[in-house]
Design a protein around this ligand. Structure first.
Ligand code: GUN
Length: 295
């Protein structure tokens, strides 16, 4: 037996098409264009790649893209002033400040300055709190949201299933656990200090790996038939000396055991940007008092 491979790239392409159709409809019916502002401080190569892809994807669905590239030496005051300006700009419906920020800038302070209604990353404590308490208007972080979409598409109803999230970051692990709990899963959050991690993972119907450690979750940790969502994106050098991307799951050993699995690349990765566009569209509709589309 070999696992069904969950095609995140195809799912994300479909989602982006539905978003594009909705943007076209909004332009015609309501006469406005949703807009996303992305702020990058410094020249981290990975962040530059992410910001470029976000800008391109935004334009491709017909939204307005506002890119702000700031020098690595930008002061915290200057960055906060820019966020404040974007908060007040009616053409901007979503704001994303690319992380990590340079060391001299207080990340929490910057994230707290974005108005929650425009926080399309879902990192503001108000949005984290809304997600935890089940408020309908929470903006949900993009990677966990995309992971949940793939899970529901693969499994249908998740109620009663046992889910293990490996990783407890604010960006993925914690919101993922909240989303699974909302779907009535029995949720365990495991992490680097968890005792006998393989045994904990082995009892899960759903495994979400988000630890940032290349190929850590092995095939013999996985319950036969389980659904595996691999959030990791790790650059490693293969035996041939060439760089390649791998997830947090050892794909080769997991493939014969799992019921379904996301590949890296082409699994969760493409969902993150598609969900960012979905969050921006929803934020724009709310700002205009329009009904939220079902995507
Ligand atoms: N850096 C890595 N992933 C993310 C993300 O999802 N949002 C932001 N703002 N920065 C990131």
């Amino acid at each position: 037996m070999s696992a069904r491979i969950i095609d995140g790239k195809a799912f994300a392409a479909g989602l982006r098409q539905r978003i594009a159709a909705e943007v076209t409809r909004l332009k015609q019916a309501a006469g406005f264009t949703p807009g996303l502002a992305v702020v990058l401080v410094g020249e981290d190569p990975a962040s530059q790649v992410y910001v470029r892809s976000k800008g391109k994807a935004t334009l491709e669905v017909g939204m307005a893209s506002f890119e702000h590239k700031l020098d690595v030496g930008t002061t915290q005051e200057a960055l906060l002033a820019l966020v404040d300006k974007l908060n007040r700009d009616p053409a901007v419906h979503g704001i994303l400040v690319q992380l990590p920020l340079p060391k001299h800038i207080d990340e929490a302070r910057v994230l707290a300055t974005i108005v929650p209604e425009k926080d399309v990353d879902g990192f503001h404590v108000v949005n984290a709190g809304k997600l935890a308490t089940g408020a309908k208007d929470a903006i949900v972080p993009c990677t966990p949201l995309g992971s949940l979409m793939l899970l529901k598409d693969t499994l249908g109803d998740l109620a009663g299933k046992s889910a293990v999230v490996v990783g407890r970051s604010n960006i993925v692990g914690k919101p993922m656990a909240q989303l699974l709990l909302k779907e009535s899963c029995t949720v365990t959050v495991a992490h680097s200090r968890t005792r006998d991690l393989p045994a904990v993972v082995r009892q899960a119907d759903i495994v979400v790996a988000a630890v940032g450690r290349a190929e850590m979750v092995k095939g013999d940790w996985i319950k036969p038939g389980a659904t595996v969502i691999d959030v990791g994106i790790n650059r490693v050098t293969g035996p041939d000396g060439k760089a390649r991307l791998v997830g947090d799951v050892d794909y080769e050993s997991a493939l014969p055991v799992a019921g379904a699995i996301t590949p890296v690349p082409g699994g969760v990765g493409p969902m993150t940007i598609a969900c960012l566009l979905a969050n921006t569209l929803i934020a724009a509709c709310r700002a205009k008092g329009l009904a939220e589309p079902t995507l």
